[in-house]
Design a protein around this ligand. Structure first.
Ligand code: BGC
Length: 381
């Protein structure tokens, strides 16, 4: 086992508070929160590493958070029923303090992102299947129900994308994560592991898939954003939004599309052409300016996992080696690497604003672990 494997597990364990929350990055002032998105992928990586107690602590933390703020779901229901604008009092946040409370250093930093809620359902479903701890479904039943209800109400509302940008649009990646989570829960329900009266996760997942396929594509590939409907105008793909590497998630892990589906193949061709650097680093999207738009560790791991599923093992290993080369002497993986920047002049701007790039970023370590396990598994199959 590589030393980065052990470092990654330790980094994640050290970054888990006794409440169960995973800090996004212990050394980066603005990332002293637990995000549902990051946390769910981190918990998943701990499941793969057989660190089940860590994953369960996180799932219980999410459960408590959702129950604490469940009055917001009731408020959202009322807003929608009465045709009122949806305000802060009616949306669940994307990030929380490690104690599980809303709280932010900057009020202008948007908090309405739905993808983390789909991702936690997906990660939880995987956990109970892998461990056989189906009792957790009973234990967390109320928050699972609340999440499905929330997603039923919120999925068509414009919200921030997974990079916390563009709240004016809908995003195929975010919708895919809802699809993945709802489908995973629906399967458990179909197997009689869970009963969710008055909710129909399977139907909702199917509706979301149909929506993405109807409005989230152009010329045989996926787009990054969808313009929501406006009056008589139906939703439309935002063609100029091009592709984003997070679109890999449409297929792996959320399975809205098969990796070999022509739509996915065409999308990944564009990602390869526009966003994968020959050294193995992967960009988020062409117009990225955050810290100058560097190469993201977690996306390189994601792309490597994708390559593995397509049988491109050598390419996957090359990307994994690139990731390992980016770790510092203490085995810390950063969020992004500032080499071959897309928008070099913006690097200093962010450095001044928020300080040095987050490192370690727990989500980077988690994706490395996931890749590591995928590689092991592909050796034995
Ligand atoms: C990223 C988010 C991530 C957060 C914490 C942000 O810069 O855009 O995707 O959840 O950092 O890691």
């Amino acid at each position: 086992m590589s030393s980065l494997y052990h470092c990654s597990i330790n980094t994640i364990k050290n970054g888990q508070a006794n409440t169960g929350a995973y800090i996004a990055s212990p050394s980066f002032p603005n990332y002293q929160y637990c995000w549902l998105r990051d946390g769910s992928f981190i918990a998943h990586s701990m499941d793969l590493a057989n660190e089940y107690a860590s994953a369960e602590d996180f799932f219980r933390w999410v459960d408590r958070v959702i129950l604490r703020y469940s009055h917001k779901i009731v408020a959202l229901e009322k807003c929608i029923r009465d045709g009122l604008p949806v305000g802060r009092e009616a949306i669940l946040h994307t990030r929380f303090t490690l104690d599980g409370f809303e709280g932010t250093i900057d009020d202008t930093w948007g908090n309405f992102q739905v993808d983390g809620y789909g991702t936690w359902l997906w990660a939880l479903a995987y956990h109970v299947r892998k461990t056989g701890h189906y009792g957790m479904l009973d234990e967390l039943k109320e928050s699972i129900e609340m999440t499905v209800r929330y997603l039923e109400l919120a999925w068509q509302l414009p919200n921030y994308d997974c990079w916390e940008e563009h709240p004016e649009y809908l995003h195929p990646y975010s919708l895919a994560s809802l699809y993945g989570g709802l489908n995973a829960i629906a399967l458990l329900e179909a197997e009689g592991r869970l009963v969710l009266p008055h909710l129909e996760p399977r139907k909702l997942a199917a509706k979301i898939k149909e929506f993405v396929l109807s409005y989230g594509t152009t010329e045989g590939r996926l787009v990054k954003h969808i313009l929501p409907s406006n009056g008589d105008q139906p939703p439309m793909p935002l063609i100029e939004s091009a592709v984003d590497s997070s679109l890999l998630g449409m297929s792996i892990p959320f399975r809205l599309l098969d990796p070999l589906d022509p739509l996915m193949v065409e999308t990944v061709k564009e990602i390869d052409r526009d966003l994968v650097h020959e050294d193995g680093g992967v960009y988020r999207y062409r117009a990225d300016v955050y810290y100058g738009g560097g190469q993201w560790i977690l996306l390189s791991a994601w792309k490597a996992i994708y390559n593995l599923r397509l049988g491109k093992r050598d390419l996957a290993i090359k990307m994994m080696t690139w990731i390992e080369d980016q770790a510092d002497a203490q085995g810390n993986l950063p969020e992004q690497v500032s080499r071959n920047l897309l928008a070099p002049t913006q690097y200093e701007v962010w450095l001044e604003k928020w300080g040095p790039i987050a490192s370690p970023l727990l989500w980077s370590h988690a994706m490395y672990l996931i890749l590591y396990h995928e590689l092991q598994e592909s050796q034995t199959t």
